[in-house]
Design a protein around this ligand. Structure first.
Ligand SMILES: C[S@@+](CC[C@H](N)C(=O)[O-])C[C@H]1O[C@@H](n2cnc3c(N)ncnc32)[C@H](O)[C@@H]1O
Ligand SMILES: [Zn+2]
Length: 315
């Protein structure tokens, strides 16, 4: 797991309250030049969070060793068998290769930041296996796959300090995705690369920590300060249909197991996505992706009408 040591990042760590640079102390990171706040190290991770502006609760983080408040089960054999029958992300692996190649075109050893990287996303194996990227990762909880705890609404890294950023299945979980993308823009260097995957038609997951969905056009507008390199559908309408069938069953029976059983019985529906063209898939996708390059200018509102990629007829 090639995450860079935290010391290598120290010069670019900033205070999420005031933006001042942080100084590592014995058991904290201190904002000596700015507001004076000291950030504790909990569960081996510096917790660089402005709790007054976050859904995270300071006492819970400290008493719970910065562990996830949501249960995140191990990938046991049963889970892996179930997963193998269900629709899988068809695009992330090849997009990760393109993303990594673009990052490497900016620097031999690009600094790549993974936002919400508490678990490794689907299709990211090649990204983690590539020895060139200097990986940095954070989440709102401490994990073996992260170096620090932070809230993406206030990323504790200096302006322009990162070459590329990966944010997969995270923007639906933040209260203000527009602010988070503003932070991505701030932290990326000029011409830096971003890759985002975000749900469009999916049921609520992660309970109380799930807030927003995006159409492909809405996702483009979210990333309006970026030039588009590529965008598309992560999982199509048939994958979405399976999710809906699961939740209709779960709702009628009040049983999670019944929902999963019916979904598994209908697993063959996943293959219908093969016959749905990209345009129609975009209109009813389960999730969408955007790969872009940081720009100094934004696209305008009128460009959004021409941007539409769905299958509705245009007049
Ligand atoms: C559905 S999981 C996806 C995790 C991983 N990116 C993947 O693809 O497997 C959503 C992740 O977003 C993280 N998250 C939620 N709110 C966040 C925030 N404000 N800042 C950073 N990460 C956040 C969650 O803790 C969780 O790890
Ligand atoms: Zn400060």
């Amino acid at each position: 797991m090639p995450l860079i040591p935290l010391e290598e990042l120290a010069a670019d760590l900033i205070c999420p309250r005031c933006g001042g640079s942080l100084t590592p102390a014995e058991s904290s990171y201190d904002c000596r030049a700015g507001c004076g706040h000291a950030y504790a190290v909990v569960g081996g991770h510096p917790v660089l969070v402005d709790f007054d502006q976050s859904i995270l609760v300071e006492t819970d983080v400290k008493s719970g060793a910065a562990r996830s408040v949501i249960e995140r089960g191990e990938q046991g054999l049963k889970r892996r068998i179930i997963r193998s029958l269900l629709p899988t992300n068809q695009v992330a692996a090849s997009n990760a290769l393109q993303f990594t190649a673009l990052a490497k075109s900016l620097s031999d050893r690009p600094r790549v930041l993974i936002v919400g990287g508490g678990s490794k996303g689907e299709g990211t194996a090649e990204l983690y296996a590539d020895p060139a990227p200097r990986l940095v990762s954070f989440d709102i909880y401490a994990s073996d796959f992260t170096q620090f705890v932070a809230d993406a609404h206030r990323i504790p890294l200096a302006d322009g300090s990162v070459d590329a950023m990966w944010i997969q299945a995270v923007l639906e979980h933040v209260l203000d995705p527009w602010r988070v993308v503003g932070e991505i823009h701030r932290v990326l260097r000029p011409g830096g690369i971003v890759y985002a995957e975000t749900p469009f038609l999916q049921a609520v997951h992660e309970g109380a920590y799930d807030f927003t969905r995006f159409t492909e056009s809405g996702h483009r507008w979210l990333f309006r300060q970026f030039d588009e390199i590529d965008s598309g559908v992560v999982l199509g309408p048939a994958a979405q249909l399976l999710g809906s069938v699961e939740h209709v069953t779960r709702g009628i029976t009040r049983s999670v197991a019944a929902g999963v059983t019916v979904k598994l019985a209908l697993f063959w529906l996943r293959y219908f996505d093969r016959w749905i063209p990209r345009s129609h898939a975009s209109d009813a996708a389960s999730a969408v992706y955007f790969l872009g390059r940081r720009s100094d200018s934004a696209i305008g509102p009128k460009e959004m009408i021409a941007y539409y990629k769905g299958g509705h007829s245009r007049r």
